[in-house]
Design a binder for this molecule. Sequence first.
Ligand SMILES: [Zn+2]
Length: 95
Amino acid sequence: MDDPQAPASRRARKHRVNEGVNRLLQTPGWNPYVQARDDSSPAGAAREALGHARIGDAQRAAESCAECGKARAASGDPTDLCPRHLAEAMGTRLP
Ligand SMILES: [Zn+2]
């Protein structure tokens, strides 16, 4: 709940700032998150961090994946992934 005692101008200003940030994030070529995913940009460190996060996501998903379980049992490698999660970890998506 908004505090009715708070000055309206302060709340309105905060709201305006949030709107401005959101508009900026939607501007093509500005959003740092989009740029980090763009393979043509040399955003090395940021992209590497995103890649690690993606691998973490894939391995978390793989913990509840039966195909990954089979791949691990077949190879004896406890970090093995099924083709779908392997592709996700590599940043590619299977058709
Ligand atoms: Zn899997």
